[in-house]
Design a protein around this ligand. Sequence first.
Ligand code: PRP
Length: 176
Amino acid sequence: MHPDVQEVLVSKEDIEKRCRELGQIISQDYAGQSLILIGLLKGSIPFLAELMKHIELELEIDFMDVSSYIGTQSHEVRIVKDLTTAVTHKAVLIVEDIVDTGKTLRVVMDLLDSRNAQSVKVATLLDKPANRLVEIEADYVGFTIPPKFVIGFGLDFDEKYRNLPYVGVLKESLYR
Ligand code: PRP
């Protein structure tokens, strides 16, 4: 375990197993349709890569960068990088590493709706409902977690720890 990690919250094995399950469910739900996965940079990269292996559909991927954090504090939502693909009349699945306050998701969902996507749903690796400020729920949730500061499998603290193969709780002494 990394020395800055207090505890492992979700193991590599649990993430892989859950991605297999979610991939099967998504494949069934969208059977006969093509799908575009929209990963929100940068945190969604490992989850999107693991999840897409288990989706048996005609699939496109694209990415948006929507920034919402400064340090450990939630902040304004800002679109840093937009999509390169048109989503008009397409079934869209937004892929997130975590839904925290829900502000990022609200902004992105409203944007994609305004571009006339056929449907807009959300898959998130982690859901932290205790921190929600906006009434919004993901359609596909990997794991519901308590309101702890988590890192790994895409999630960062000051851009570090994204490469950890598990989700862990960061030692409090490092951000207090
Ligand atoms: C994080 C995370 C989600 C968002 C969730 O992104 O990846 O996109 O915040 O927070 P919210 O529900 O409170 O809006 P961040 O802006 O830190 O970018 P990153 O993925 O590059 O780390």
